[in-house]
Design a protein around this ligand. Structure first.
Ligand code: FES
Ligand code: FE2
Length: 443
């Protein structure tokens, strides 16, 4: 590990400042092991949304990288997150994705736990164990920290992690636009889609965080179909914003050569007064003039609020999706994808919005397929001896030089963060890798 860290330290320090990232960090097994400990276990990790478990007894089965987790609502309505593993001999308690239970009963020997994780039932317990076992020692294992923001449930395996509020930092200002704009906030509709892609997780975070540049080529079919404008700069308009702790986003405004898009991403007019009630002047200014918002909450939660449709701009429909790039190893990830809608949104709009989401960013969605194919190709091309040569004798670094010296921040941007007046930029990705390296380099 020490060699690995010094290789990495040297190569990132030397290269990141000049916009280069060694390609071998996408596929190196040692890096993956370090990431599990120092990136994922040490920071906050997204587990789901409160609206997925509205009632006492509701639960969802999730993964904190490789740890199976039950996220449930107790009788006191509080949310708990437990390791999904019996304390007797380790059996996974819940195998269903979601449900409602009065207790968690182990399928092996029947130990039974309350919604709050208390061991309150053992088959023939008194006869077998008598007084030799203190049941309170054998409750379910809670994840050390759990906090929420606008319904987003995050946990951490690091007891000493900074409060979630501080960790999200100035990303909260933008989360407020996406998740806090309505009186009753947002709710998840349906269950999250998930599917496995042979690609490194960082490519997803990098792409959603700052790579507006790929849209004209990777998603060229959408231009040909008339879904996106015929302007190679169409995703460049707007601002790329570098935020605290490796978070970042693009706020993309409509192409000047395309027809105007309606305010508030085309969300129904009946909702606008609600937005005006819940958001500040600065947030309203950004939200009113935006076509697409996409970004990444470090390390692996991304969000996307685009407008899609066919048949001209009058038919564009907005949706909001959350993405988690769950690593399954250095070269493989499981993508989780949630669809959210404002609780107060008219049902007809929600139906239309859901259709757009499925058609574009569902597992077989047009844009989703485009991305997954490219991300797998990156990973395949980064596994061989040449790409993984740590001497860098093949110049095997990825290029992140876009806008390194040529783009200055916009002093008039109404929101927090360092906002650059173009989305064809790699400032967010450079900041992502700086934070990533800060985590990896820490003992
Ligand atoms: S492993 Fe769960 S009751 Fe024995
Ligand atoms: Fe894409």
């Amino acid at each position: 590990m020490a060699d690995l860290e010094s290789d990495l330290s040297f190569q990132l320090h030397e290269n990141l400042s000049i916009g280069r990232v060694p390609q071998w960090i996408l596929t190196d097994p040692g890096i993956y092991e370090l990431e599990v400990q120092r990136v994922f276990a040490s920071n906050w990790y997204f587990l789901g949304h409160e609206s997925e478990i509205p009632n006492p007894g509701d639960y969802v089965s999730r993964w904190y990288v490789n740890d199976p987790v039950i996220v449930s609502r107790g009788n006191d309505r509080k949310i708990n997150a437990f390791l999904n593993s019996c304390t007797h001999r380790g059996t996974m308690l819940c195998s269903a994705d979601f449900g409602n239970k009065a207790n968690f009963i182990c399928p092996y020997h029947g130990w039974t736990y309350s919604l709050e994780g208390k061991l309150n039932g053992i088959i023939a317990g008194d006869k077998i164990y008598g007084t030799e076992m203190d049941r309170s020692e054998w409750k379910l294992r809670k994840l050390p920290r759990l906090e929420t923001y606008h319904g987003l449930i995050f946990a951490s395996l690091n007891e000493n992690v900074v409060p979630l509020d501080e960790y999200l930092g100035n990303l909260k200002w933008y989360f407020d636009i996406l998740l806090g704009r309505s009186d009753k906030k947002m709710q998840v509709k349906g269950v999250p889609f998930r599917w496995v892609v042979e690609a490194n997780w960082k490519i997803g975070s990098d792409n959603f965080g700052g790579d507006a540049y790929h849209t004209a080529m990777t998603h060229r079919s959408t231009v040909e179909l008339g879904i996106a404008p015929k302007d190679p700069m169409f995703a460049s308009y707007g601002h790329q914003v570098v935020l605290d702790n490796g978070h970042g986003l693009n706020v993309i405004t409509p192409s000047p050569v395309a027809p105007k898009v309606p305010p508030f991403q085309g969300l129904p007019e009946v909702m606008w007064p609600m937005f005006e009630r819940n958001l500040t002047e600065g947030q309203l200014e950004v939200f009113r003039n935006t076509a697409v918002i996409d970004g990444t909450c470090f390390p692996n939660l991304s969000f996307l609020s685009p407008m899609h449709g066919t048949g001209g701009h009058a038919h564009l429909t907005n949706f909001l999706t959350l993405r988690q790039w769950r690593p399954l190893g250095p070269g493989k990830m499981e993508i989780w994808s949630w669809f959210l809608a404002d609780v107060e949104a008219p049902e007809e709009f929600v139906q239309e919005s859901y259709k757009r989401y499925v058609n574009t960013f569902g597992p077989s969605g047009v844009l989703e397929q485009d991305d997954a194919e490219i991300w797998s190709r990156i990973t395949s091309a980064s596994k061989g001896l040449m790409a993984r040569d740590k001497t860098l004798s093949y110049n095997n670094v990825m290029n992140y030089v876009m806008g390194l010296d040529s783009v200055e921040p916009d002093p008039n941007w109404p929101g927090p963060g360092i906002a650059y007046p173009t989305c064809y930029l790699e400032a967010v990705q450079r900041a992502f890798y700086e934070k990533w390296h800060e985590c990896i380099a820490k003992d």
